[in-house]
Design a binder for this molecule. Sequence first.
Ligand code: GLU
Length: 490
Amino acid sequence: MERVRFAPSPTGPLHIGGLRTALFNYLYAKKHKGVFILRVEDTDQNRKVEGSEEYIHKSLEWCNIQPDEDPFKGGEYGPYRQNERKEIYAQYIKALLSNGKAYYAFDSNDELAIARTEAERLKGAFKYSADNRKEFRNSLSLSTDESEALIEKGDYVVRLKVEPNQDVVTCDLVRGVVRVNSNELEDKILMKKDGMPTYHFANVVDDHLMKITTVIRGEEWLPSLPIHQLLYDAFGWEEPQFMHLPLILNPSGKGKLSKRDGDKNGYPVFPMAWNESSGYKENGFIPEAHINYIAQLGWSLGEKEILSLKEMENTFDVKAIQKGGARFDYEKAKWVNQQHLAALSEGELINRYNPYFEELKEAVGEQLNAAVSLIKERLVLLSDIEKEADCFINDPVDYDAKSLKRIAKIDISKVGSLLKEGITDNEIEKLKDFMQKSGEENDIGLGAFMQVLRVAVVGSLSGPNLIPLLTVIGKDVTLRRLERLISVQS
Ligand code: GLU
């Protein structure tokens, strides 16, 4: 049974990268008929941001990718918040201290700062390791009595004892075998002075205890993998599989996608509103489209890019995950939204987004479905509904200047009066035949009729399919709008 987890730290809202990690975990679980877990990694209380855990839950709910086990639902392997698992970590750190894979370190922050400055002066990076650990104050360098007295005071951290010159071999499903020499690693802190575990320690202990089979996370965690591997080895545990997802780059491809870039270029980076920043939801994206686009950040879907969540669950394939950075493209995100909106039936669209259609319903009554079918084809975002529905509801107030210029050569009063006659005498469905016939008789092109009518009805040369639009608004409204254009323009 595959078990995967999404393990965010509640240090702010979920951004595009976090949502992609959650989604890929979810898809992997579904594909393998496994379990998707949400674990909240809140060991760093100083970085905790009020409301972010709820935000993460709500965003996953909006995207319809809900966990099978999480802090609210619970599950067999809880608690699912790390800050509620302190006793567990205390017990496991003891195991490493007693099997010699970890040790106590008593150095003060000042002592470490001095060592760091000195290393930098010599143009090196400071690293607490087998190389220099004897020069520091720890249970490997001090006498047993000295150490015990300091341990008694409780003023210590616990560090991983990394053996020098070992070949540390890890394996990533996307990148294959990754090797490093342990001399490049440092004796990472596993337990802080306040008794809280660090990310590395809590993460490995929990992945093991929660029986995680595959760890799927962002590439920024790849450098931590050797340390995690050493921790699995230190416990004598079998490690899970690992899959590190490629970075998400900003649209220019230079650098990581950031909130700053989003603010500057006018696209959201959060699924839902967070403080003053609006999210995809508020910007008129529908959730199935949003995750369909997010899925494309690092996963090449192949020919068919527009997929439902179910289809993605069935086709998700580790082999199709790319190594290189995935470039974010807001225009593409909008295009995907447009495709999903067009694929909804009129009924679904109206039911799901009822408030957007209230005014339209009042204006067109039973013709609502017909109107929505014409509007739907033209939507990129839900927020376009108001603009697109306007011509079904209101007579144009102003005429678009560019459109007027384009019809300037047409004799509006002549074309207009012919149109008035045609509309009065014919069914709207037959209007095109009339225009053709009358056009031949009066040497007026079909285009001229259509353009005048469109500007009269919509206020510009854009808008939905004209004859069906006229059918919805009816003859009276059409004639009224036509008369107004004639009176204003001729
Ligand atoms: N808490 C880490 C984060 O915020 C999780 C990394 C992991 O999945 O191991 O991204």
